[in-house]
Design a protein around this ligand. Structure first.
Ligand code: HEC
Length: 108
C-alpha cells in the first residue's frame, strides 16, 4: 500500500510537472484494473465468460477499440442498471488505458 501511494504520488508529480500538457491526463492501466475490480466486475465479466445482456471487458475493449472518445462520453454518464458513478476524469483515463491494454492483448 505504501509503495502504491508512492507510485501514485510520483505519477501525480509527473502528470503535474510543467513539462506535461496541463489539460492532458494520462491513464494508468493498473489503476484502471483496480477500478474495474471494485466498481464494474460485479456486472461485467473481466474474463471470457459472459452474461448475454452485459458485455465482458474483453468484448467492450474489442467493440470500443479506436473509439476512445465514445468510451469517455459513455463513462461520464451513468448507465442502467448501474447506479450513477462519481467518476473523475483521471479515473476515466485509467479505465480507457485499461480497455486499451485489453484491446492490445487481444490483437492477433
Ligand atoms: C449494475 C451492473 C453494471 C455495473 C456495476 C457496470 N455496468 Fe457497464 N453495463 C451494464 C449493462 C447492463 C450494460 C449494457 C446495457 C447498456 O449499454 O446500457 C453495460 C454497458 C457498458 C458499456 C458499453 C457501452 C456501449 O455503448 O457499448 C461500457 C463501456 C460499460 N458498461 C462500462 C462499465 C464500466 C467501466 C463500469 C465500472 C466503472 C461498469 N460498466 C459498471 C451494467 C453494469
Amino acid at each position: 500500500m505504501r509503495r502504491l501511494n508512492q507510485f501514485l504520488a510520483l505519477t501525480l508529480l509527473i502528470a503535474s510537472s510543467p513539462a506535461a500538457n496541463a489539460a492532458q491526463l494520462y491513464g494508468d492501466v493498473e489503476r484502471g484494473r483496480e477500478i474495474v475490480g471494485r466498481w464494474c466486475a460485479g456486472c461485467h465479466s473481466t474474463g471470457g465468460t459472459q452474461d448475454d445482456r452485459i458485455p465482458s471487458f474483453p468484448t467492450l475493449a474489442k467493440n470500443l477499440a479506436g473509439n476512445e472518445r465514445a468510451i469517455r462520453a459513455f463513462l461520464m454518464q451513468p448507465h442502467r442498471p448501474m447506479p450513477p458513478l462519481e467518476i473523475s476524469n483521471q479515473q476515466i483515463e485509467d479505465l480507457v488505458a485499461y480497455l486499451r491494454s485489453l484491446a492490445t492483448a487481444a490483437a492477433p
